[in-house]
Design a protein around this ligand. Structure first.
Ligand code: EPU
Length: 430
């Protein structure tokens, strides 16, 4: 049923109140894969109750792990000998399942993972994952839609330079390096807080890693790791979504559970737009008491402005005074949702990886479709700035990244309902 739900949201709303943000999807998913590196029972805490986590749990179960959820924790009991295959039926639902490649190769010396292909935000290659593992001694082939990697004599330390600080490649190579023989140095790595979180869990398991949060990771391989209990960091993208929602609706929102240091540039954009931002330990408040000013945004790897907040930056620009230039540098298909924003009356022109947005005082309600997780959140925030009721379909995308999205919006003062979508008409030749 959930797959065919729609959200109906009444515009003209102002977000006000407090919202708590739980653990980061993009950390928790990988921390679950990290657990594969040690036989025994690891526990990952502060997990978000979202579809992607449940799919990752199923990936691990099919690899022979016992996975149990309790409150905001998932316990993962990893057998001495895990399976070595991740099928397409799960990988196509959760691209992040590619992150079992590194840990399984490191532990079992062989792995077959379905090639995830592209998705709604772009083509998303795997070349850096594959080249890095090859440098560590793996033989990698592809057949029948699978990436097949083997290292029968184990992985060995290597020096690896990434062409681009890819989050996924950094994670896979790091998870492989902790059990490789000798020293691995990975240069030009991603510096995202989620990478630091993974390093922290690995260090808790006995891994030797230096340089977490910098551009160079230096790893001394060990022969075995031990299970651990680790709590996931708060979701900066969900926190940033509420920050931009508050700015767009001239609201006043306090966000708890997120380290404001993980959102510095995003919060600075809110300040430049005319907002007041107060930060404290693991919390911040955004208050906007007038129409925002237009601000330009350029997405870049951390600590740059996060690509996952791009739809929110476009949403803010759509209701700001003046025109904004928004540039996307990470994903080639990130602007695919722009047509849906335009249906809400936004004035947006895109050219390559740039979008020019001329702000409007009010948007106009319309039926729109969430094309990916973050686009869904951006459209919902834009709908708050429209007249009348906007209906958002394909809500399952929002469910993938935002736990309790509708109840949270309701608690912040929005009139919003989630209902079953009307049945689609069928057309025949009769
Ligand atoms: N890329 C390559 N070759 C590679 C690896 C990456 O060309 O071997 C390219 C990709 O095609 C893309 C760019 O490099 O154009 C960035 O990819 P990256 O590997 O950094 O991203 P990812 O690991 O696939 C994660 C998040 C994304 C987030 C990006 C960037 C997860 C599960 N996903 O993706 O989150 O946008 O990092 O920060 O961690 C989301 O949560 O909605 C989401 C899409």
């Amino acid at each position: 049923m959930a797959d065919v739900d729609v959200i109906q949201v009444l515009g003209g709303a102002r977000l006000a109140g407090e919202v708590h943000v739980v653990g980061a999807k993009n950390s928790a998913l990988k921390l679950m894969a990290v657990a594969l590196l040690a036989p025994g029972r690891s526990v990952v805490g502060n997990i978000p109750r979202i579809t992607d986590i449940a799919i990752m749990g199923e990936v691990l179960r099919r690899l022979g792990c016992t996975v149990e959820y309790s409150g905001d924790e998932v316990s993962i009991d990893v057998p001495e000998e895990t399976g070595t295959e991740a099928d397409y039926d799960l990988v196509r639902r959760l691209r992040a399942s590619i992150c079992v490649l590194g840990p399984l190769l490191a532990r079992r010396g062989f792995v077959r993972v379905a090639h995830p292909g592209g998705d709604a935000i772009g083509s998303r290659g795997l070349d850096m994952h594959i080249d890095g593992l090859a440098r560590m001694g793996a033989e990698i082939t592809g057949e029948h839609g699978f990436v097949i990697a083997s290292a029968p004599r184990g992985l060995r330390g290597a020096t690896i330079w990434l062409d681009f600080p890819s989050v996924g490649a950094t994670e896979n190579l790091l998870m492989a390096a902790v059990l490789a023989r000798g020293e691995t140095v990975i240069d030009n790595v991603a510096r995202e807080p989620e990478i630091v979180d993974i390093c922290d869990m690995l260090i808790g398991m006995g891994a030797h890693i230096e340089g977490a949060g910098t551009s160079t990771l230096r790893v001394q391989g060990v022969t075995e790791l031990r299970p651990v209990r680790h709590a996931t960091i708060g979701d900066r993208i969900v926190g940033g979504t509420w920050a931009f929602g508050a700015a767009m609706t001239q609201g006043d929102v306090t966000v708890t559970g997120v380290d404001p240091a993980h959102l510095e540039i995003a919060l600075d954009k809110v300040i430049t737009a005319g907002g007041l931002v107060e930060t404290r330990a693991n919390a911040f408040r955004v208050h906007m008491d007038r129409r925002p000013n237009a601000v330009d945004v350029v997405t870049l790897p951390f600590p740059g402005f996060p690509t996952d907040l791009l739809p929110l930056a476009i949403g803010l620009a759509a209701v700001s005074e003046g025109s904004s230039l928004v540039t996307e540098n990470i994903f080639d298909g990130r602007f695919m949702f722009v047509n849906e924003m335009v249906r809400l009356g936004a004035d947006i022109r895109t050219d390559g990886h740039h979008a020019v947005v001329q702000g409007r005082e009010r948007l106009s309600s319309a039926p729109v479709r969430a094309t990916d997780i973050r686009a869904g959140a951006g459209l919902a925030m834009a709908a708050l700035c429209a007249d009348g009721i906007t209906e958002i379909s394909h809500v399952h995308h929002i469910d993938r990244g935002y736990p309790d999205f509708v109840p949270n919006l309701r608690a912040l003062g929005v009139k919003i309902e989630r209902v079953a979508a009307p049945e689609e008409p069928t057309f025949t030749f009769q």
